[in-house]
Design a protein around this ligand. Structure first.
Ligand SMILES: C[S@@+](CC[C@H](N)C(=O)[O-])C[C@H]1O[C@@H](n2cnc3c(N)ncnc32)[C@H](O)[C@@H]1O
Length: 214
């Protein structure tokens, strides 16, 4: 059933290259991982997807819990337009997309939870701590920020991720955070942090941080 949801989401995009990208993303963050991440999200309430890209995971988390309202924000205007089109085509009404820069995020309006999937390493490192602080401010006590990113270790896995990032966007700078460093930044923003190791047969050094507002 969930495999069917993924297939319908991918087919909602017109551009064949984007569809291939979406299949690749759903292969990397496949159903088991989406479940591992999604188990920490509330079943209802407003949820922020910061750096939502084409919107595939926000669509997935909206469809799998209709009580959620998922708000996707991304810097890329074209990706936001495609996310909106896919949501309209799928008639999913509990999502909304807006173009925006995470670095300018004001933390306006309270959300029940927020997540960032493979975003932190795309944002300049000096802007990450203030962003974490603003995300902390817009969560209620006990609210959760999920950050899925890649660790710097083991080094060969980090190089593999770097090679793929460069293949996808050669001109975009990337800066990976060690698990201790990013965990420390989340703690400094006021969160209580747990790490969830996402074991993969592919050489990705995935780490999921479950950051709870005290
Ligand atoms: C690797 S993609 C991940 C997209 C999506 N979260 C996913 O998992 O498929 C990184 C995304 O970050 C977005 N991004 C990069 N810098 C950003 C910023 N400063 N503010 C908002 N989005 C940003 C890019 O436009 C891109 O869509």
């Amino acid at each position: 059933m969930r495999a069917d949801i993924i297939r319908r989401i991918v087919e909602a995009y017109d551009d064949p290259i984007v569809r291939v990208y979406c299949w690749a993303r759903f292969w990397i963050l496949r159903q088991r991982f989406l479940h591992e991440i999604g188990q920490y999200l509330p079943e209802a309430g407003p949820v922020l997807d910061m750096g939502c890209g084409f919107g595939l995971f926000s669509l997935y988390y909206a469809v799998t819990a209709p009580g959620r309202f998922v708000r996707g924000v991304d810097l890329n205007e074209r990706r936001i337009a495609m996310a909106r089109r896919a949501a309209a085509r799928l008639r999913i009404e509990n999502v909304a997309y807006e173009e925006g820069d995470a670095r300018d995020f004001k933390g306006d309006g309270e959300v029940a939870a927020a997540y960032m999937l493979d975003i932190v390493h795309h944002i300049s490192p000096d802007t990450v701590p203030p962003l974490l602080g603003r995300l902390h401010a817009c969560l209620p006590p006990g609210g959760v920020l999920l950050v899925k990113d890649v660790d710097t270790r083991p080094a060969p896995k980090c190089w593999f991720t770097w090679a793929l990032d460069k293949l996808m966007a050669p001109a975009t700078p990337v800066r990976y955070w060690s698990a201790d460093e990013l965990g420390g930044a989340l703690r400094a923003a006021g969160f209580e942090v747990r790490r969830h190791a996402m074991r993969d047969f592919l050489p990705y050094p995935h780490v999921l941080y479950i950051a709870t507002k005290r």
